[in-house]
Design a protein around this ligand. Structure first.
Ligand code: G6Q
Length: 582
């Protein structure tokens, strides 16, 4: 670590660890001690209260609730940082909300959040700090890990990224044959792909420089060779720059795609020295970067305290910075920072991440909802639900508590979704009339980036009409009053009382995107904290990384198929080999 220990540590010893040996230490760390204040949710008074309230919640009638309280739409709403969150169309009342706030308090969420912001090793199974918040901290902030202030390192990397992004955008960084770089291809997967691609798509309108030029970014993630083919077949290697993004630099998909990219580039460029002009790396693993053949002078680092799914504002966002320029990227970071401050300082009742998280806990654990649909009414956010799917499901898709004992409650729901209004013409049918209630987050921007005819009003009318219809439905009497024949009435009846949260935001910008993403990051934090799981490890993903390696030689024919698996896998391997002529 380059940072100097210039100031006295402000952090107290971790409440979860007696001592913090290096993450790389080969001796296993002692089992974490869950602090007494981090209470299991079902051991709280609030949980018991919520269990009682759930009976009422499940039969709540939103028509009656709105009729009984004319101010409900503004009472159950908060606004901050240009985001208006209306949660009044959820099956909650004041008593439920009070019990949910009490739950957060009894579970020690605020203390846990303080431990995160202080750089304590709250990722206990990997013995790591969780400091994505340091990635957007101002230059003069002091955030320490093991006594070292990490903020200067963050800004040093940011400044290197800026010089690089400016050079590529301005045409100073040229390819091996002297041509300008026209396309940047990010090679990465999971956390090293989903954030950058989501942000690139969301901020496409911000990619032009003052001369009206923009660099196109493409993203290769899948090991499926078709992905590589489709993303490169029309590119000129002389004008293409690859950013190989991998925290570990050992992920098989990324390493294979990167090797293929090198072969593809050198087929035309011939000279191996060209690699230096056409490949840069983003990683925490300098040794592997060097082994791959990329000069570590062209490597942008980050740290083990940044989880993959929390890394889009680290150097993993290099392609985002090249696309929108350093000023745009600073704005994006500013948005993240705004929400960090809001999360740290706003009381839970006015706190956007707390509210989204608590409504989610209510729907999941007390009303039994198994999925949540994220429905952005903004085409630019068409990759948002895929991004949030990883953020929430990888963070909180856990079955054991911090102390390793099984969770006695439900954790992450399934997150899914598509932009409205497209989804309306597809799966909304099930949301309106299916047998499983699906809580929805509806997200829209009041101001469009492009005012085109009536489009924005029609879009927003749909956005509002859907949450209204989902909440209030259509009764059999209303259907009959339209002259509907009796046999058709059940088919045309909408039960209503389908919970939605509405996020009406001012206008999409890099800053607003940063705020929105940090909102969901902290939502996942609050939920994970209440569910008492480690939101920052991903052992399920790690398993996938090793399993395939065993089978690869059996498929390629390099290793005989020894019938070493179960009868299903053995038969499938045999069928594959036969069809591949092996
Ligand atoms: C994210 C996960 C996972 C990870 C990918 C890529 O939190 O850990 O999605 O980002 O498996 O890993 P590398 O960046 O190490 O290639």
């Amino acid at each position: 670590m380059a940072a100097k220990k210039t100031r006295k540590s402000t952090s107290t010893p971790s409440p979860t660890r007696p001592a913090r040996p290096s993450a790389a230490a080969s001796v296993p760390a002692p089992a974490p001690v869950v602090p007494a204040w981090h209470v299991a949710p079902d051991e709280t008074k609030a949980w018991r209260r919520l269990t009682t309230l759930a009976r009422k919640g499940r039969s709540m009638d939103l028509r009656k609730a709105f009729a009984a309280d004319r101010t409900r739409g503004t009472r159950f709403a908060v606004e901050s940082l240009g985001i208006h969150l209306d949660y009044s169309k959820n099956l909650v009342d004041a008593a439920t909300m009070d019990a949910l706030f009490a739950l957060a308090s009894e579970c020690g969420v605020a203390r846990h959040a303080k431990a995160m912001f202080r750089g304590e090793a709250i990722n206990t199974t990997e013995n790591r700090a969780v400091l994505h918040v340091a990635l957007r901290a101002p230059k003069d902030a002091v955030i320490k890990v093991d006594g070292c202030n990490v903020v200067p390192d963050v800004h040093e990397v940011l400044e290197r990224m800026e010089r690089f992004a400016n050079a590529v955008r301005g045409g100073k960084w040229r390819g091996h044959t002297g041509k300008r770089i026209r396309t940047v291809v990010n090679i990465g997967i999971g956390g090293s792909d989903l954030g950058p691609v989501m942000a690139y798509e969301a901020l496409k309108d911000f990619t032009r420089d003052s001369a009206g030029r923009s660099i196109e970014c493409r993203y290769i993630s899948n090991i499926d060779g078709e992905d590589f083919h489709e993303k490169t077949h029309d590119l000129d290697p002389e004008e293409t720059l690859f950013v190989v993004s991998s925290k570990t630099f050992t992920t098989i998909e990324t390493m294979t795609n990167a090797q293929t990219a090198r072969t593809w580039a050198l087929r035309k460029l011939k000279d191996p020295a060209a690699v230096a002009k056409h490949f840069v790396a983003v990683s925490t693993n300098a040794a592997e970067v060097s082994k791959f053949g990329i000069d570590t002078a062209n490597m942008f680092g980050f740290w083990d305290w940044v989880g993959g799914r929390y890394s889009m504002d680290s150097a993993i966002g290099l392609s985002t910075m090249v696309a929108i320029g350093p000023d745009g990227f600073r704005e994006l970071l500013g948005g993240f920072r705004d929400m960090d401050e809001h999360f740290r300082t706003a009381p839970p009742k006015k706190n956007l991440p707390y509210l989204l998280a608590l409504i989610g806990i209510w729907n999941r654990d007390f009303l039994g909802c198994e999925t949540v649909a994220v429905l952005p009414y903004c085409q630019y956010l068409h990759r948002l639900s895929a991004y949030l799917q990883q953020l929430e499901m990888e963070s909180n898709g856990k079955r054991v508590q911090l102390d390793g004992t099984p969770c006695r409650w439900q954790t992450s729901p399934v997150i899914w979704g598509e932009p409205g209004t497209n989804g309306q013409h597809a799966f909304y049918q099930m949301i309106h009339q299916g047998t499983s209630p699906v809580p929805c987050d509806l997200i829209a921007f009041a101001q469009p980036l492009h005012e085109i005819g009536e489009h924005q009003d029609i879009l927003l009318a749909n956005f509002l009409a859907q949450s209204e219809a989902l909440a209030f439905g259509k009764t059999p009497a209303e259907v009959r009053a339209e002259g509907t024949p009796e046999w058709l009435v059940p088919h045309r009846t909408f039960p209503g009382n389908r919970p939605t949260s509405t996020l009406l935001c001012e206008k999409l910008s890099p800053r607003m995107l940063g705020r929105l993403i940090a909102l969901y990051e902290h939502k996942a934090f609050v939920q994970g904290s209440i569910w008492r799981v480690n939101s920052f490890d991903q052992w399920g993903v790690e398993l996938g990384k090793v399993l395939a390696k065993r089978i690869i030689p059996e498929l390629s024919g390099k290793a005989p198929s020894k019938a070493a698996h179960d009868s299903s896998t053995n038969a499938l391997i045999a069928r594959y080999r036969a069809w591949r002529g092996r």
